[in-house]
Design a protein. Structure first.
Length: 321
């Protein structure tokens, strides 16, 4: 009873912030993301007569909170299967120690698909992406989008059955090249989510983000890259305005984050179409046309920063080894 899967991290485009149901991880508004082919998690799941449930990440035993998040998925699947076998989870990220790259999304997607396969639920229930999305959501909200891949929209819903993600477009609809600047941070995303509703701007954020999800979906389907870039930048600034004005006054930017943003604005003044994007961490995504990627990358690297390139990818996949 063992299986392995790979999940791809996503760039949040319209980012969700805060949860109205923490047990089921149901958000206040819809959100949209794009999976990134160069940021991934590989996870092997094995069920058996082990002494205890366990989780290792990059070869190191994980803390109890990380295991707890995994068991939110595993326990649900064990109930579906009607078993009480223990589980061993071995997870590997291709980067480590950085924040704001969406690794919770890829980890949850890979975990869900591998565990679902290991238990034989794919044969009993089929590979139903809507169902898998709902299950992955129990690990992290972003996982429900990551598992379906491409450009995905998470419909917030009000309960388990209607809170799920669908893929509405792919790279063929809008081929965006992404430059990722990974930066380390000690701030936990969950802390930011818990703090968000205390911002005086939170209610306005919910209304604005819901409208923007509709606008961004149209832009992506129309292949309108410039409108895409404008909407994602606006969403980034709103997200961080809420984060900085909650009761904890969380500041996730680093000086390097601002260096990248300023360089992107300079590039645009020079006529080079590039747009920045950030999630609940200091790492920065730079979105541009594929033919401009090398030029944009050279400008960011000239700031003394390391970069990783990526393109829009598909969803989680089973691995043979």
């Amino acid at each position: 009873m063992r299986a392995k899967a790979i999940g791809y991290a996503m760039q949040g485009l319209v980012k969700y912030h805060g949860l109205k149901d923490w047990a089921l991880r149901i958000p206040f508004h819809d959100s949209i993301s794009a999976n990134v082919d160069s940021i991934w998690t590989k996870t092997e799941v094995e069920f058996g007569d082990f002494e205890r449930d366990s989780l290792t990440i990059n070869g190191v035993e994980a803390d109890s909170r990380a295991l707890e998040r995994c068991l939110a998925v595993i326990d649900h699947l064990r109930r579906l299967k009607g078993i009480d076998l223990r589980v061993r989870i071995r997870s590997e990220n291709n980067l480590s120690g950085v924040k704001g790259l969406g690794y919770s999304s890829s980890a949850g997607a890979a975990l869900t698909l591998a565990a679902y396969k290991a238990l034989g639920l794919d044969e009993e229930l089929g590979l139903d992406l809507k169902l898998l999305s709902r299950i992955a959501r129990r690990f992290a909200g972003s996982s429900c989008r990551s598992i379906v891949g491409g450009y995905a929209r998470w419909y917030s819903g009000t309960r388990d059955e209607d809170s799920y993600a669908v893929r509405f477009a792919s790279r063929e609809d809008l081929d965006v090249a992404m430059l990722i600047v990974p930066l380390k941070s000690g701030i936990k995303t969950e802390d930011a989510h818990r703090d968000a509703p205390t911002s005086p701007f939170f209610e306005a954020r919910i209304r604005s983000a819901q409208r923007r999800a509709d606008e961004l979906e149209r832009a992506i389907k129309d292949g309108d890259f410039e409108r895409f870039g404008e909407l994602v930048e606006q969403d980034t600034m709103e997200l961080h305005a809420v984060t900085m004005t909650g009761s904890s006054r969380l500041l996730v930017y680093r000086p390097e984050s601002l260096m990248v943003i300023e360089e992107v604005l300079k590039l645009r003044r020079e006529g080079i179409k590039a747009y920045y994007s950030m999630q609940t961490g200091p790492s920065v995504f730079v979105n541009t046309y594929p033919e401009l990627l090398d030029e944009v990358k050279s400008r960011i690297e000239a700031l003394g920063l390391e970069c990783l390139s990526g393109r829009v990818s598909g969803g989680a996949e089973l691995l043979s080894d």
